[in-house]
Structures are given as C-alpha cells and as structure tokens.
Design a protein around this ligand. Structure first.
Ligand code: HEC
Length: 199
C-alpha cells in the first residue's frame, strides 16, 4: 500500500492517491482471483477439463486438413516407432500407453495413453501439428527442428499402430529403477531378473 502512495506522490498529483489505492486493491483482488483459478486449473474438474479439451480440439490444434504425405507401410511404422522410442518413450512409454512411466499420472495434465479415443480421433494433420508444436503450457514439448517433417509423419503412423499396452515393457531407465527398488524392498530375488531383459 505504502508503495502505491509514494508512487502517486512522486508523480506530483495528490488527488490520484486514493484512486491509486483503489486500483492497487482491485489489482490485488484480481491477482487473488487469478491465483485461485490457477489452482483450479491444476486440478480441473470434469466440466472444466471438457471445456479445455474442446477449446484445444477446435481452436488450438491446427492442420486438421493436412494429409499424411507418407503412405502407411510396415517400414514407415517401424521407423516412426524408432523415433518414438528415441524421443517420446521417456514420457509416453515404449508402447505409447505410458507403460512403466512412473510420473505419467502426476503430470498436469497427465501423460495420456495415445491409444485413447480422443487422441485417435485427431486427423493425421493434427497429430503432426501436436508433435511439431507441442502443447503449451503442458509438459508436451515441440519437436520442430529436432525431428524432420517426414520423421514426424512416420511417428504419426506409429501412433496409429501402437503395440498392445505393456507389450514392450517399461523404458529401460525406469525398469532399472523399479527393479532396484523391488530388490531393496523384497531383498534380492535374482530369479526374477531375466524377465524381459534385452540388452
Ligand atoms: C516430457 C514429456 C513428454 C515427451 C518427451 C513427449 N510428450 Fe507427448 N505429451 C506429454 C504430456 C504431458 C501430454 C499431455 C498434454 C495435454 O493433454 O495437454 C502429451 C500429449 C501428447 C499427445 C496428445 C495430445 C492431446 O491433445 O491429447 C500426443 C499425440 C503426443 N503427446 C505425442 C508425443 C510424441 C510423438 C512425442 C515424441 C516425439 C512426445 N509426445 C513426447 C508429455 C510428453
């Protein structure tokens, strides 16, 4: 409060001071409201998140009409999968269903299962747009400049042809952590170790 008082004084107009005070009160209130709604956004209710979703779907995510210039083929899907497993597995799991990603549910919004109907309903152009631009302000990064265009289109083919949930196991980095953890909890159980290892 003091500060706004001083400010108006130094501006040389004593009549503004109460106005200024009112203004800073209003600003303070606005700020509180924003803070409150920011808290709400981090844990959206059903209505709110469905509104957010439809805004995202209809306004934010572009390129609905763009066609995938790369024909879908086992090779394209495989190559897309390789890029996916290089760049995306850390959050989306090897299989795109976020298998074995320990923080997936804690992210806000959470890392979705890419086989979800909502995501499969995007056109190829929209999926490509999402990969290229990311989704701000969420944890989904933009890949422009990291993946080239063809690579992104192939990743889209992979997203259309995801392997069954859990079929590829957890990303190595989390698997090792989980195994360590399990060992520490249960005492070493070496028989378990060969399970799905493919080094
Ligand atoms: C750092 C973690 C992280 C990485 C790496 C990541 N994503 Fe995501 N991704 C997210 C999060 C979090 C969301 C949820 C965003 C949302 O719903 O707003 C998401 C959402 C998505 C969606 C769905 C968007 C929607 O509107 O529902 C697609 C498709 C996607 N990611 C593809 C990819 C691909 C392909 C890659 C690799 C090139 C990748 N992601 C890498 C965290 C990540």
């Amino acid at each position: 409060m003091n500060r706004s008082f001083n400010l108006s004084r130094s501006s040389g107009n004593p009549f503004l001071s109460s106005n200024d005070r009112l203004r800073s009160l209003t600003l303070l209130m606005l700020f509180c409201i924003l803070l409150l709604s920011a808290c709400k956004v981090s844990q959206p209710g059903d209505v709110e998140s469905s509104i957010m979703k439809s805004v995202k779907r209809t306004v934010t995510i572009g390129d609905k009409e763009k066609k995938n210039p790369i024909a879908s083929s086992p090779d394209a899907i495989k190559e897309g999968g390789e890029h996916f497993q290089h760049h995306c597995q850390i959050c989306h799991g090897l299989d795109g269903h976020a298998t074995g990603v320990p923080f997936a549910a804690q992210m806000s919004p959470p890392v979705p299962d890419l086989s979800d109907k909502d995501i499969q309903e995007y056109t190829d152009g929209q999926l490509h747009w999402i990969v290229e631009n990311g989704i701000a302000p969420s944890g989904m990064p933009a890949w422009k400049g990291i993946l080239d265009d063809d690579e992104m289109w192939k990743v889209v083919h992979y997203i259309r042809n995801l392997p069954a949930k859990g079929s590829l196991g957890a990303p190595a980095i989390f698997k090792e952590e989980a195994e360590e953890h399990e060992k520490m909890e249960k005492g070493a159980t070496p028989e378990k170790e060969h399970h799905q290892h493919k080094h």
